[in-house]
Design a protein around this ligand. Sequence first.
Ligand code: GLN
Length: 448
Amino acid sequence: MITLKEALKLSKEELNKFKEDLKIQIEKNPELNAYIDVNNVGDGVPIAIKDNIQVKDWAVTSGSNILQGYIAPYNATVIEKMTDAGLSPFGRTNMDEFAMGSTTESSFYGKTLNPHNSECVPGGSSGGSAAAVGAGLAIAALGSDTGGSIRQPAAFCGIVGMKPTYGRVSRYGLGAYASSLDQIGPMTQNVEDAAILYDIISGSDDKDSTNAKRDEKVCENLNADRKLRIAILPHYIKDAGVDVKNAYAKAIDALKAEGHTIIEKEMMDAKFDISAYYITATAEATTNLARYDGIRYGNRAEGKNLQETFIKTRSEGFGDEVKRRIMLGNFVLSSGYYEAYYVKAQKTRHIIKDNYDKIFEDVDLILSPITAGTAPKFGELKNPIDMYLSDIYSISVNLAGLPALSLPISKSDNAMPVGLQLIAKAYDEQTLFDGALSLERSINYKGN
Ligand code: GLN
């Protein structure tokens, strides 16, 4: 597959031909189920779009039954920025319902397969975007990351996934899951393409009150030769599997070979991240999903009266995982439990951020696992708690609002990709991309 950098040099005629061929390839591979459908807007470079990002006149459903029939009346800001830069939304990718999940198994459209092994999950919730890029059926894609949903499927599918600093990329037009954690970001074949797509979609937007209104770009200053101070976390990786531990050791050697200084640091126990995240995310999701009532958007199950219509629509429209989270979110916000759970989770969130701030007093970047192992088999994470626990390495970054990038490092014995992530200070995407480019060069994943 050509890279985004190469595709940006093609003429309109070449791109149109390329897109016709790409559509045929996608339609030849229906069992992968990375795409829900393949629509196109304009004659720019095709970028696959996760099904929770509004593209005007497209069906956009967040992978849910409750949004069947909804047609987006406007473009998300990222789509406007993309089309201004000569890119075209091309194809809607599969995802866990309302981005709640780590495997893409909870989609209304059925599961997406991992392109490296069809018995394994592609990760989630942006599993369709990751599988499309990993299978060579997309040049690049957009995903959204609330607790790892860009970086984790990227790692499972052997591609690059980047979550920007909270506020860097407008959330206007992104179907909200947990508003204080959600960010849209690029999923690409390599680090340079991620930087190109990041530059295009990031920046000021008056339509999102949490937008940071910062417009610095990274591509013009990309420099893989900068020598950085990079933290490693020997204690923190104790819960990772052997494949991840091996990849971690390999990445440390690669970073040393590039002339970076490696410094040992400690992160607090990841078990606190899980509790703080699943309380915060479900509380916010409960509020955000209250708008799906059968009146304003998409699907409606008629009842005898308004209340019955609400109840029937929501009972039939939402899947089990979404219902579980709505109930959990209502519980942690209810009087009597609010102080015990929600307020405590916010305090824990501060402690996690302080922990990162302390580490960043001495270093430019942190090297961390993004997953504990390679992609699990379908059905392996049957118990919801097991699935929540599988997020140990991804969610603290969202709780602290930091930018992070996951990239492929090695293959396991059974030939599955193993990724790791680099984490930077808030708004220091430049250093994140510089370091990632250096690590990618030194590892040479594709050449091995
Ligand atoms: N797996 C996490 C969850 O289910 C993260 C999802 C995401 O980042 N959207 O909440």
